[in-house]
Design a binder for this molecule. Structure first.
Ligand code: 13P
Ligand code: SF4
Length: 354
């Protein structure tokens, strides 16, 4: 079965949401109300680095976490709080629920999906897997609970390389989905035999190699940081390729003063906080005469804001529910990843890898 021949759904990219402007006192008052509601409801915020800077700040100030998708998955389970409020995209909320079925998991907007998740329908992916029963199925975390339930391993960008390497060394043939760019990058580095689902991230796919070359000539001393969901000709120009956590770490640890960053602009909040004296430059998303769809800002991540966070705490709506039969299957490959991470010390701060 050739996945290129699949009739995959066309991804509808929403407009990047614009939230009404608030004065500083209004914002402070709203944040104070949210903090109080979190306390009253025994709830904690779990936010991704691509969300709005105000949300990230509130998550930190209120004892929640701001992290990459691997750490977000781990964080919820380590909390005594009964409610996890996941600010990110839907697969992140689903992963939290899969790992913490006894907790209430809510999100500001359940419509916050991901082009990788949408481009990998469970029925078509299952048929692809069924056609290749001799392959170990490795799926990126940016997938639905149903797709995870059909997999042997779940990986995030922070752990994909060591897991695929481990499988390749054991002589496994891999069926990989859904991000073809991350998959090809991992394949180039590990030499693993991999069958690839043809998905991509609409945000990272827009980074343009020729325009990046031009910016690099203007900033010859800048280090280039690239998330591995980007196309190969962009990755080729990188000084560092890695997960959101790895890119943030690079900004604070490398000696360069300037950085050209090819990932969602939401990450600049944490980078600037970690290294206030560094200069951050957005990698170009459109070539000459072209227009960008996302302009380096994930429209689904943009669906999270202070305003709808308060609304969801008031209404109790937008709870994540997962069919128990699906959850029981999906938790196995996710837990396998977390156990592997723990064994290898990957992303564990006190082992120096975070
Ligand atoms: P990270 O796991 O690197 O945070 O990436 C998640 C994601 O959706 C990137 O687009
Ligand atoms: Fe999905 Fe791309 Fe948005 Fe990440 S940036 S959530 S991969 S659409």
């Amino acid at each position: 079965m050739n996945p290129q021949a699949l009739n995959l759904p066309k991804i509808e990219v929403p407009e990047h949401p614009q939230w009404p402007a608030m004065s500083d006192p209004e914002k402070q008052a709203l944040k104070a109300r949210i903090r109080q509601k979190l306390e009253e409801q025994d709830a904690v915020l779990v936010a991704h680095y691509y969300t709005d800077a105000e949300l990230q700040a509130l998550a930190e100030e209120s004892g929640g976490c701001v992290a990459d998708s691997l750490e977000m998955a781990r964080f919820g389970a380590a909390q005594s709080a009964q409610t996890l409020v996941v600010c990110g995209v839907r697969f992140m909320g689903e992963t939290s629920k899969i790992l913490n079925p006894e907790k209430r998991v809510i999100m500001p907007d359940l419509g916050a999906t991901c082009s990788l998740d949408e481009g990998c329908p469970a029925d078509q992916f299952t048929a692809f897997c069924d056609a290749h029963p001799d392959h170990t199925v490795v799926v990126y975390a940016n997938t639905s609970a149903e797709v995870k339930a059909r997999s042997d391993w779940v990986v995030t960008s922070g752990i994909a390389l060591p897991i695929v390497n481990h499988l390749a060394e054991a002589g496994k043939k891999i069926l990989w989905g859904p991000d073809r760019h991350l998959g090809s990058y991992v394949q180039r580095l590990t030499g693993a035999e991999m069958l690839m689902w043809p998905g991509s991230c609409v945000v990272h796919e827009e980074f343009k190699a020729v325009a990046l070359e031009r910016i690099r000539r203007l900033h010859p001393d800048a280090a280039v940081l690239v998330h591995p969901e980007s196309p190969e000709n962009v990755i080729e120009q990188a000084d560092v390729v890695g997960s959101t956590t790895a890119l943030i770490k690079a900004v604070s640890e490398m000696e360069n003063r300037e950085f050209i960053v090819a990932t969602d602009g939401g990450i600049f909040y944490k980078m600037q906080q970690m290294a206030p004296d560094k200069v951050l430059i957005e990698a170009p998303t459109a070539g000459e005469g072209a227009t960008c769809v996302s302009c380096a800002h994930c429209p689904w991540m943009g669906m999270n804001a202070l305003q709808n966070l308060e609304q969801v705490l008031d209404s109790g709506e937008n709870e994540i529910h997962i069919d128990e039969a699906v959850r029981i299957r999906a938790v196995i490959p996710i837990q396998r990843m977390l156990d592997f991470a723990a064994q290898q010390g990957i992303g564990i701060k006190d082992k120096g890898n975070a």
